[in-house]
Design a protein around this ligand. Structure first.
Ligand SMILES: Cc1cc2nc3c(=O)[nH]c(=O)nc-3n(C[C@H](O)[C@H](O)[C@H](O)COP(=O)(O)OP(=O)(O)OC[C@H]3O[C@@H](n4cnc5c(N)ncnc54)[C@H](O)[C@@H]3O)c2cc1C
Length: 314
């Protein structure tokens, strides 16, 4: 068990959750991040419980996602967490088999009637929907209660960190920090509107990411998505993408037509062929990676964080 502080790099949803798991297990922890938690790219997420990464040869995302679902469901009982359990519809334009995660969500049932026009199959279920600005605030405050404050600083290289154990939760930053060319930044945009009376979520799981359509109610507001384009270094909302999101969502839910826009959020998904949760030893120091969660970083957060804890104490 490490006695010197473990340095966690990153204070997005991955770094904060990981640091909480380590600190609440009684381990000494420091968190170093370029950005304050509420300004990390994690802020842009919608955020649905949604696994894109379930491949038939790798069961880990399903396990991580299941653990996270149960934890987010538990946290939905806390007002300040920003998480609420919501029922809704995920719909597909072509017939697809039942998902492998059907047993994880609540009240899952297939529905082929009562779908919006143009859809072939839908799945109705209940899941945790997370308001990220509130949730990042909750995680940062829970971490402070465990005695850990986020230190704002940029890490130039893993070798420059003075610690025997480093946990790398740098998201898309891992591309240059590790370095790992397998990490690709895929930018996404979200439009937040005043809630015209929507209680249920809608999610279209399109094979073409750039045409994702979803909306997630968060009380007074609704988060509408989405988009996916290669990150070019500019985090300003694109008016054309905004117009496309508003039009696609209004076509599914007419109440959204003309809804007042209150905010736009742009983030970058750290996409990688597989999530990297892995321990290695470099020059006698332990480096544990936890990055590359793509469009599922919230969905996998608690499962991956607990795996890091088990790798630390192993
Ligand atoms: C529009 C949009 C919608 C999304 N919707 C969902 C959803 O519905 N459900 C879901 O599960 N996921 C969703 N995602 C994906 C999710 O947001 C990401 O997977 C997740 O936020 C990644 O979190 P992270 O903590 O790994 O990375 P980040 O939030 O990017 O955090 C990285 C951290 O590392 C720090 N860092 C990086 N490099 C350095 C360095 N060199 N030195 C010091 N610090 C460094 C940063 O400052 C930051 O603190 C969405 C993403 C977008 C863009």
């Amino acid at each position: 068990m490490p006695r010197d502080p473990i340095v966690v790099i990153g204070a997005g949803v991955t770094g904060l959750t990981t640091a909480i798991c380590l600190a609440e297990a009684g381990l000494p922890v420091r968190v170093v991040s370029k950005d304050e938690p509420r300004h990390t790219l994690s802020r842009a997420a919608g955020a649905a419980w949604s696994i894109y990464l379930v491949d038939e040869h790798d069961d880990r995302p399903l396990r991580w996602g299941g653990e996270t679902f149960r934890e987010l469901e538990r946290l939905s009982g806390l007002e300040e967490s920003g998480i609420r359990m919501r029922s809704g519809l995920e719909a597909h334009r072509v017939m697809v088999p039942e998902p492998r995660w059907a047993g994880v969500v609540r009240d899952f049932r297939a529905d082929e009637t009562g779908l919006p026009e143009g859809f072939a199959v839908g799945w109705r279920y209940t899941m945790p929907v997370t308001h990220m600005p509130a949730y990042l605030g909750y995680l940062a405050s829970r971490l402070r209660q465990a005695g850990v404050h986020v230190e704002l600083s940029t890490v130039d290289s893993l070798g420059s960190v003075a610690a025997e154990t480093i946990v790398n939760c740098s998201g898309v930053g891992a591309r240059s920090l590790v370095p790992d060319e397998g990490v690709e930044g895929i930018q996404g945009q979200l439009v937040v509107v005043e809630n015209p009376g929507i209680e249920s979520f809608f999610l279209e799981d399109a094979s073409e990411w750039s045409e994702l359509t979803y909306f997630m109610p968060h009380g007074d507001t609704v988060a509408l998505g989405g988009s996916a384009v290669a990150y070019q270094g500019n985090l300003s909302p694109d008016p054309e993408i905004t117009a496309g999101i508003l039009a696609r969502c209004a076509a599914i839910e007419p109440k959204l037509a003309g809804a007042q826009v209150v905010e736009q959020r742009v983030g970058v998904r750290p996409v990688r062929p597989s999530v990297r949760v892995e321990k290695s030893t470099v020059d006698g120091r332990t480096i544990i990676h936890n990055y590359g969660h793509g469009g599922s970083g919230v969905t996998l957060s608690w499962g991956c964080a607990r795996e890091v804890l088990s790798l630390v104490v192993d």
